[in-house]
Design a protein around this ligand. Sequence first.
Ligand code: URA
Length: 192
Amino acid sequence: MTMEELRQACLACQSCPLAATRHSVVFGVGPEDTPILFVGEGPGQHEDLQGEPFVGPAGQLLDEMLSIIDLSRRNCYITNIVKCRPPRNRDPLETEQDACIGYLRRQTALLRPRILVCLGRIAAMRLIDRDFRITRDHGRWVEHGGIWMTALFHPSALLRDPSKRPDTFRDLKRLQAKIRAELPDFYATRQP
Ligand code: URA
């Protein structure tokens, strides 16, 4: 299956009750040949209306975070654990995550990233470790099946609590160092 075929299947998905309340399916964006994947939690109101991940206030902050380490939407892939908006931005239920996770697994299989960055607790608990505690474990690195994985505070958490920003700056710098170590050609050849 190609990414476009997967996207078309996802756009028609009716596998969980979020299908009934969504405006758009937010599949993901980015070049298919990038080795860097960011995974958030699920679309919010702005994303649901526009069909693109991280386009609201949290998305503006994510763009700034990326630019600090010379990344951008043009050279990373960005998606979420669930592709449809949970009502009133509540956390996606376990059953909704279960219904949706196959899309992310197939996206990951197609992209074959070297580095996967979880944005926030929900993605980290789903992808890194059930017992992940974002306040304790952010910025740590683990390798799973050839993919280096870490988690940053979610941009929405940074908007709510700016005292977390210095830690995130350090985590971003470590991410940049990891990119340089694992992907030595990335910065020289990336789309700016
Ligand atoms: N928060 C997320 O986790 N994902 C988005 O796409 C937007 C906000």
